[in-house]
Design a protein around this ligand. Structure first.
Ligand SMILES: [Zn+2]
Ligand SMILES: [Zn+2]
Length: 404
């Protein structure tokens, strides 16, 4: 196995210059959400130029399968393609000038997955089963994976397991290191949004007795919501409730009719997520009634937690060690105490349906001149990791099919 995956790495090395070209082109044309006409057209052309026939999947999504000559299972590998509405300030010669930016490195993921496609195509006859490549729009808005699942990405042929890869930058580790997950379980948080509209009764500021003051309710409610975190969940579990907007009223001496709280909820556990949603409803209603007001809660579930499969995570570490060596990876807990990412990742929707694994690659630290984190207007990523990412995608897919 080590010898075969070695072939994959040397092929990825040969494709390095080509992937740099892909990446610099994509970096210059970042597009948003589910509307990636130029990006998707470029990826489609690139796939066709290596003899593949991608299938459009929903808005701006692409699916392509490789293998299937030998019977076996189906592994999905995902690369996201969308950018962010950030004005780029890197000063790079290939920087975007269209007002959007690939500040999360999705241009690297797309280029790596194109590289992996070429490697897998060259090894097609040896694949014991099928690799399904998922080129996904709308990760940042958490719309894309769900949309592609609704359009059938996990069916025909039915997907048995899935993998995603993400670059990270501006962190205290040298570039080119893989970050893997030791145990199964949630690796990044669910993300939900809520809005609470408090309806009271406005009046002259000098006559609170004839009013029902919604701002008073908002203040009590804000404090009460934090009681869910501090008093109602186990100290060994973690969750966040953040109120990011509290608004109401327009001047000093008027009690307004309404007030509004807007916030977000993050958890790593489906049952805890349900509980927090229920308690936000109950506490809002209770506090409002206590002060003779009414509360309406709008709760929007946007993205579940990313679930990692313990066995797939173990296989990932084996593949990475065989392909790149024993010192090529660290555990997520070495990067983040507790080993969990509070940010959300919409690959979560895939992980809820099939056993899945995630892999991160460090793509720059401050010493190397990469000081800024993901989503920063000055965030930069090293091109030197493109071959590693492509090899990791291809080697894992091939190994997994071989072993399952
Ligand atoms: Zn991002
Ligand atoms: Zn991202």
């Amino acid at each position: 196995m080590a010898e075969k995956t070695g072939d994959i790495l040397s092929m990825a090395n040969q494709l390095q210059d080509k992937m740099v070209v892909y990446r610099h082109h994509l970096h210059g044309i970042p597009e948003l959400d589910l509307s990636l006409p130029r990006t998707t057209a470029y990826v489609k052309e690139s796939l066709e130029s290596i003899g593949l026939k991608p299938t459009p999947m929903g808005e701006s999504g692409l699916m392509v399968t490789i293998g299937g000559q030998r019977p076996g299972k189906v592994i999905l590998i995902r690369g996201d393609m969308d950018g962010l509405p950030i004005k780029e300030e890197t000063g790079l010669p290939f920087a975007s000038t269209n007002g959007n930016m690939h500040a999360c490195g999705h241009d690297l993921h797309t280029s790596m997955l194109l590289g992996a496609a070429e490697i897998l195509k060259a090894n097609e006859e040896q694949l014991r089963g099928t690799v399904k490549l998922m080129f996904q729009p709308g990760e940042e808005t958490l719309h894309g994976a769900k949309m592609m699942i609704e359009n059938g990405i996990l069916e025909n042929p039915k997907v048995d397991a899935a993998m995603m890869l993400h670059v990270i930058t501006g962190i205290p580790f040298p570039s080119g290191l893989f970050v893997t997950f030791e145990a199964g379980g949630a690796s990044s948080a669910s993300s939900d949004w809520f809005e609470i509209i408090i309806r009271g009764r406005g009046a002259h500021g000098a006559m609170p007795n004839v009013a029902v003051d919604p701002l008073n309710v908002a203040a009590h409610l804000h404090l009460a919501l934090q009681g869910i975190i501090s008093r109602e969940i186990s100290p060994t579990e973690s969750a966040v409730i953040t109120v990011g907007v509290m608004e109401g009223g327009s001047t000093n001496n008027v009690i307004p009719d309404t007030a509004r709280l807007k916030g977000s909820v993050r958890t790593f556990d489906a049952a805890l997520r349900d509980k927090i949603e229920t308690r936000i409803h109950e506490i809002s209603k209770g506090i409002a009634e206590t002060f003779l007001a009414k509360a309406e809660v709008i709760y929007n579930r946007s993205c579940p937690e990313v679930k990692g499969d313990g066995e797939l995570n173990r296989q990932m570490r084996t593949t990475i060690a065989n392909t790149f060596g024993d010192d090529s990876f660290i555990d997520i807990s070495q990067l983040i105490p507790g080993g969990k990412l509070m940010g959300s990742e919409d690959f979560a929707f895939v992980t809820q349906e099939v056993p899945s694994t995630s892999l991160y690659i460090t793509a720059g630290n401050a010493k190397e001149g990469y000081s800024y984190p993901l989503h920063h207007p000055k965030a930069m990523f090293s091109d030197d990791v493109l071959n590693k990412g492509a090899a990791a995608y291809a080697a894992f897919a091939k190994d997994w099919l071989e072993n399952n």
